[in-house]
Design a binder for this molecule. Structure first.
Ligand SMILES: C=C(O[C@@H]1C=C(C(=O)O)C=C[C@H]1O)C(=O)O
Ligand SMILES: [Mg+2]
Length: 462
């Protein structure tokens, strides 16, 4: 049932007045069900909270989360997955939660991500994005199937005044709900530049040398492209483009400081809903054809291609092993199927299982990251190769980004097909799996195709 505004306000006020008078901050989280809302309008109307906005929409179900403002932000350097979980549990322990719905992604929800490799030296590009950062939004909009929910999360400090907080949030959330999306920017691309393309091919050759001499099985290498604009590029317009064009993908945007990390990734890392786990093996790539006949021929060739099947199998073996360690009833099909996207098609193997008692989503994320679809095999050797030879910092590219709630539901995707927006610049990232038979020119071309979704959404030249 949809609640009236006055009933919601009553609940909010009651939760605020029920706080414990303890000397540490306390989370108050109150959820209501609403009529449908323009989710991008909500994001846009939260402009005063720029730098603390989050957008997430899942690939295969109608599920959108929009976060505006931060009630609480968790950052951790050491033991980042474990520390995040611990801080989250500490906050929940003292929380006052009023959420009669208990729908996934409502109530207290944390959204954020982790960097690819905390051991790689930072060069300034990613200074707005720590090695781990998740936040509980102050205002959280949840679209789940046909239903829409609003959760207000507040961290109340011992000396805060309840009436002031109540007045602030009741005024702000109504503005957010009334937001309607409009294109904010009329921005042209003034320059488009591939970063060190020849060096990329040289590193691919070095990787195949290492593989031939059995020092590595597979390693994923990436490169960058830089787009410059006539003015600042607004995240909301980019999200809108991606939503229209990349319907088979997770669309995500995480603002932090002056930057926004945005993308449309097809690759789930792990999803948990009511103890059922899903993971995805996605590796092996060809472009889409220009005609249905060419498309079919490319797909059929992919599904039989030894080199691509090998790239894929490294991922399947590793994920299967990791999931078997924390699940029962693990199911992994024997061979991959095609996963077609707008610009590319991949080899795809879904993995499912029932989570063993007491295993948390962040533990699984830690176990899985990075899979051989983003790092390589063996894990440590491939990471060291990337650290030593890849001439840029991946930051959050190729890393887990996602959300989790207080009911043990959540989902993380791998942040590929992505770009870091920094005012009037965007840095795009694209990588590919290198195995023994990789050819540097072919891998270069594969990364060129993987840039296309972001180039198109940003208005660049294809
Ligand atoms: C690393 C990326 O993609 C990964 C590499 C793939 C491949 O080499 O075939 C396919 C899907 C992804 O696992 C990327 O898009 O940047
Ligand atoms: Mg490949």
């Amino acid at each position: 049932m949809i609640e009236t505004t006055s009933f919601y306000h009553e609940k909010l006020y009651k939760a605020l007045s029920n706080r414990k008078h303890i000397d540490t901050p306390q989370l108050i989280s109150v959820t209501t069900r609403l009529d449908s809302v323009d989710s991008l309008g909500f994001f846009q109307a939260g402009k005063v909270y720029q730098g603390e906005r989050v957008y997430w929409t899942s690939a295969d179900t109608v599920f959108t989360l929009v976060g505006v403002g931060s009630a609480y932000t968790f950052e951790a350097e050491q033991n980042r997955f474990f520390s995040t979980r611990q801080m989250w549990n500490d906050v929940l322990e003292e929380a006052i939660i009023d959420n009669p719905y208990e729908v996934p992604g409502t109530g207290p929800v944390a959204l954020g991500g982790f960097s690819f490799d905390p051991l790689k030296e930072e060069n300034g590009t990613w200074s707005d994005f720590p090695n781990s950062k998740v936040l509980i939004p102050m205002y959280l909009l949840t679209e789940w199937g046909e239903e829409t929910y609003l959760t207000i999360n507040m961290m109340i400090h011992p000396n805060d005044n309840e009436d002031e907080l109540f007045n602030l949030v009741t005024e702000e959330y109504q503005k957010l709900l009334a937001g309607t999306f409009t294109y904010e920017d009329d921005v042209r691309v003034t320059n488009q530049e591939e970063v060190r393309p020849f060096e990329f091919k040289e590193i691919v050759s070095k990787a195949t040398d290492h593989i031939k001499s059995k020092r590595l099985g597979k390693v994923v290498l990436a490169r960058e492209m830089i787009l410059s604009f006539s003015d600042d590029r607004k995240a909301s317009s980019v999200i809108r483009q991606l939503k229209e064009e990349q319907t088979q993908s997770y669309i995500f945007a995480f603002e932090s400081g002056d930057s926004c990390f945005v993308g449309a990734t097809p690759e789930r890392l792990v999803k948990v809903e009511e103890n059922e786990l899903l993971s995805t093996c996605l590796a092996g790539t060809v472009p889409r054809g220009r005609t249905p006949k060419e498309d079919e021929a490319l797909g059929q060739a992919l599904i039989r291609d030894e080199k691509n099947l090998q790239e894929h199998d490294f991922v399947v073996q590793m994920i299967k092993k990791a999931v078997t360690g924390c699940c029962e009833n693990v199911h992994v099909p024997d061979s991959p199927v095609l996963y077609p996207l707008r610009n590319l098609q991949h080899l795809y193997t879904p993995v499912s299982g029932t989570l063993k008692e007491g295993v948390s989503l962040l533990e699984i994320v830690e176990k899985l990251h990075p899979t051989p679809a983003l790092g390589g095999y063996p894990r440590e050797d491939s990471l060291q190769f990337i650290r030593d030879y890849e001439p840029f910092h991946r930051g959050w590219y190729a890393s887990p980004v996602g959300w989790f709630d207080s009911y043990q539901n959540g989902e993380f995707a791998v942040a590929i097909r992505s770009a870091l927006l920094k005012k009037d610049q965007a840095i795009l990232f694209s990588g590919c799996g290198i195995v023994e038979d990789s050819d540097p020119d072919e891998e270069y071309k594969e990364t060129a195709v993987k840039f296309l979704p972001m180039i198109h959404a940003l208005g660049g030249r294809e």
